[in-house]
Design a protein around this ligand. Structure first.
Ligand SMILES: C[S@@+](CC[C@H](N)C(=O)[O-])C[C@H]1O[C@@H](n2cnc3c(N)ncnc32)[C@H](O)[C@@H]1O
Length: 820
């Protein structure tokens, strides 16, 4: 029988080999299972020969259904099967995709041309007739009349239904099952099957029990969802799927999210409890949100990174010349498109761009640093001092001052040519007399010997650059003076003005007013007078240097001595500190002040080096020797000092050939050796005695200061030196002679007294000066030299160095503002 069936099935070999046909076979086999179950089960051969090997839960049914199908076909070959509403879908588990047509039973298992009737004739379909497939229901229905008893039929039905349900996988309807046409269709008449039958009733019962089973199976854990049998039967699958999605929702779990409001009745009234208000957001502690890093725009066009160094540097081809430009200096609108284009094309834009930018922007003009440069504002300033622009007599100095006769001044007149003017060869210049309208031969326009006049005009015009000097604070020497402009060599810079005081007055001030001072502004002046710059000009702040760039020179201007600071042999540059050699006379090596000028040839002290100072005996010897050697007259002639007799100072033609002694050359800058010969012996002798006194005093003072602190000792030592000096000086019977020795040789006093002005510029004088200048030029020394006509500088400019003196205090009183 199986072979027959197989033969019949094999009538459609292609169809059987197709999966559709394979899947269709179980539907056919459902009915055949009733008849062929045993056979099939007992005949494994038949199983093996089956077109679809049993692979799933319905394998048994499949086998039997195959048999049944063939039987059914054989029994009712021409009967088209009733509409297969419920089809077995056992294979669904193994099928990855769904075929709707197959599931709905509308699938054509094979092309029409292969569909043939059992007799081999091709199936002719009517117009709207669909190809029918055989369903389980049909077979189940058909199994009724074909088989024996009703009970067995029910059992079979029940089992089949159970199997069918298992296989149908939720897409199964009980209602439809109850109205299944297949049950009726199996009887051979579809219309008849509509009528209720005992079979139907029993079937529904069985169905119900089966459904109950199924419901229990499905509804495990979801009982609430599947409340009624009907619902389960109609939409079990849908509910299941939807519920799956809703499983996580509170509605599904029947969780009330709304707050429960308790109804409270009070006095027959419903008191509605207010819902708890939500806390205001402001009450919540402010959550500090971490600033999210700003995400860069992704759509920003990525720029190429260009080389910034090397030969390919700057080849981006674009230079933003307006970058970093100050606002308002340039506008892109001002800049032509062509230029912009050009900048874009530039390959190495830095030089071009930089030049372009510079041209476009311009630049402020700046003076060269060495032209004029004042100190920045806010500099430390010295304590206010009384400034005087001209010398004044103080005390009884005016009484002692000997005035130069006017007629004598007028007689002295330079012999310069108008063409050459008053140059270095001017007689007045060599004698440190300033030309004026009375003594100049060429007039103001051509005269070059009017330094003080020039200085006065500068000061009159005003302006800090015309004055050209300003006070600066030095690191270790107190205040100083610097230039804020340039000065030519030998140009007058600033006048040293102050009070002209007598020696007695100077002593008094030192003992009282200045006894605690560390800095002294006392300059040996003229006619044995002292120029006290404590009340004076800014020149008082000019410091000492062993390698100075200036000179302090005393000139006679309109018959009056005046001191001024002149530039040295080299020009002064802006910002240079102005210094000159003090020729400091400490009167004792023990009382010298340490020099901090910092020059390479610094002597270490403000005065001459102690080792350079000859012992007192030697100094006396030298002085006596010199006196003996040259004789009194010769000595006077050489130094131009001596008696006031004019004839004494009359230059002898021979004198010009006299060479200056080497010792004097060297010692010119030394205050101790500036003593005038005649007085020198006296003063040296007195110095000797005073030094001995001084030494004793120093010892005494030192003993006194031993117990003081270190710092105090330092101070004391410094002050001591002054005190000692003062004490020493106070014991000197007469300082007048000593003071005289400090007076610069060839001072106007002497010069005027010797009637130097009367001396006519002879050719011999000029020759002498020329020779002296030449010799100085050869020696290359910038030291000043003594000539019969006064000191001569390396340039031939006569110079008379003022001497800073340290004088001991003495009790003198009296002040006078009488102008000199
Ligand atoms: C005429 S005053 C010069 C101005 C002084 N620096 C001031 O601050 O007023 C002279 C004094 O300045 C000091 N001084 C000047 N030049 C110096 C130097 N090269 N080394 C050390 N002290 C100096 C000394 O104390 C000296 O007594």
């Amino acid at each position: 029988m199986l072979s027959t069936l197989m033969d019949k099935i094999g009538a459609h070999p292609k169809a059987s080999s197709r999966p559709e046909a394979t899947r269709a076979s179980p539907t056919i086999s459902t009915a055949s299972h009733i008849t062929a179950d045993n056979d099939a089960a007992s005949d494994p051969q038949s199983l093996s020969s089956s077109s679809t090997p049993p692979t799933s839960i319905g394998d048994g049914a499949s086998i039997s259904s195959t048999i049944l199908k063939t039987e059914a076909i054989s029994s009712a070959p021409a009967t088209p099967a009733a509409e297969p509403r419920a089809r077995s879908r056992r294979e669904r588990t193994s099928v990855t995709t769904y075929n709707v047509k197959v599931l709905t039973g509308t699938a054509v298992h094979a092309p029409k041309k292969y569909c043939k009737n059992p007799d081999g004739t091709p199936v002719v379909y009517k117009k709207k007739e669909r190809r029918k497939t055989i369903s389980n229901d049909m077979l189940v229905g058909a199994s009724g009349p074909a088989n024996a008893s009703t009970d067995s039929l029910d059992e079979n039905n029940d089992r089949l239904i159970q199997d069918g349900i298992d296989a149908l996988d939720l897409q199964w309807s009980v209602k439809k099952l109850s109205r299944s046409k297949s049950q009726i269709g199996l009887a051979g008449n579809a219309k008849k099957s509509v009528k209720p039958s005992p079979l139907r009733r029993s079937k529904s019962l069985y169905t119900k029990s089966a459904v109950q089973k199924f419901t229990n199976k499905l509804g495990a854990g979801k009982k609430s969802a599947l409340s009624s049998q009907e619902d389960v039967a109609s939409g079990a699958t849908k509910i299941k799927r939807e519920l799956r999605k809703l499983q996580d929702t509170p509605e599904f779990a029947k969780i009330e999210t709304e707050p429960i409001i308790h109804e409270v009745w009070s006095n027959g009234k419903l008191v509605v409890e207010e819902r708890p208000r939500k806390k205001k957001k402001t009450e919540e502690p402010p959550q500090v949100e971490e600033p999210k890093p700003e995400q860069k725009k992704v759509n920003v066009k990525k720029e190429k990174i260009w080389h910034s160094k090397g030969i390919y540097a700057g080849q981006s081809g674009y230079l933003d010349i307006f970058k970093n430009m100050p606002k308002g200096t340039a506008h892109k609108e001002d800049y032509g498109a062509a230029e912009m284009k050009a900048t874009r094309r530039s390959i190495l834009p830095l030089p071009q761009g930089a030049g372009q930018r510079l041209l476009h922007l311009g630049r402020d003009f700046k003076l060269p640093f060495d032209v004029c440069s004042p100190l920045p504002p806010g500099q430390p300033k010295p304590d206010e001092w009384r400034k005087t622009s001209s010398n004044r007599f103080a005390g009884d100095a005016a009484l002692s001052w000997r005035k130069v006769k006017k007629d004598l001044q007028d007689i002295s007149k330079c012999v310069c040519d108008v063409e050459d003017g008053c140059d270095e060869r001017c007689q007045n210049r060599t004698m440190l007399y300033e030309c004026d309208d009375n003594n100049c031969n060429v007039g103001k326009a051509a005269c070059g010997n009017r330094a003080f006049d020039e200085l006065q005009e500068r000061r009159k015009a005003g302006g800090k650059y015309r004055v050209g000097v300003e006070v600066l604070k030095t690191a270790d020497r107190g205040y100083g003076v610097r230039s804020n402009r340039c000065f030519e060599a030998n140009q007058i810079i600033v006048e040293y003005t102050g009070e002209i005081i007598t020696e007695e007055e100077c002593d008094r001030r030192m003992n009282h007013e200045y006894k605690n001072n560390e800095c002294y502004y006392l300059m040996s002046f003229d006619q044995n007078m002292i120029l006290d710059g404590t009340k004076g000009s800014i020149a008082r702040f000019v410091n000492h240097s062993c390698k100075p760039n200036c000179r302090m020179v005393k000139w006679v201007v309109a018959g009056k001595p005046r001191m001024a600071l002149f530039a040295g042999d080299n020009p002064i540059m802006t910002g240079d500190e102005l210094t000159y050699d003090y020729n400091f006379d400490p009167f004792s090596a023990k009382n010298v002040q340490t020099c901090r000028c910092g020059s390479d040839n610094c002597r270490g002290v403000l005065g001459p080096k102690p080792k350079d100072q000859k012992p007192v005996k030697e100094a006396i010897k030298d002085a006596v020797k010199a006196t003996k050697k040259y004789g009194k007259r010769k000595f006077k002639e050489v130094f131009g000092v001596g008696d006031t007799d004019d004839s004494d100072l009359a230059p002898s033609p021979k004198k010009r050939k006299i060479k200056v002694p080497t010792g004097l050359k060297r010692s010119q800058s030394s205050a101790s050796m500036k003593m005038v010969a005649k007085d020198a012996v006296k003063s040296v002798r007195k110095s000797v005695s005073s030094q001995y006194l001084n030494a004793r005093k120093v010892v005494t003072v030192k003993r006194e200061t031993v117990t003081t602190t270190k710092t105090k000792t330092k101070e004391t030592v410094k002050v001591n030196s002054m005190k000692t000096y003062g004490s020493r000086r106070s014991k000197v019977p007469s300082r007048r002679s000593s003071m005289k020795t400090m007076t610069t040789p060839g001072t106007p006093e002497k010069m005027s007294s010797v009637g130097k002005r009367i001396i006519k510029p002879t050719s011999a004088r000029k020759e002498y000066l020329a020779d002296t200048i030449a010799s100085i030029g050869r020696s290359g020394s910038s030291d000043t030299y003594k000539s019969p006509y006064g000191p001569v500088s390396a340039q031939g400019t006569p110079t008379k160095k003022g001497t800073i003196r340290v004088v001991h205090p003495s009790s003198l009183t009296g002040d006078s503002d009488e102008e000199m």
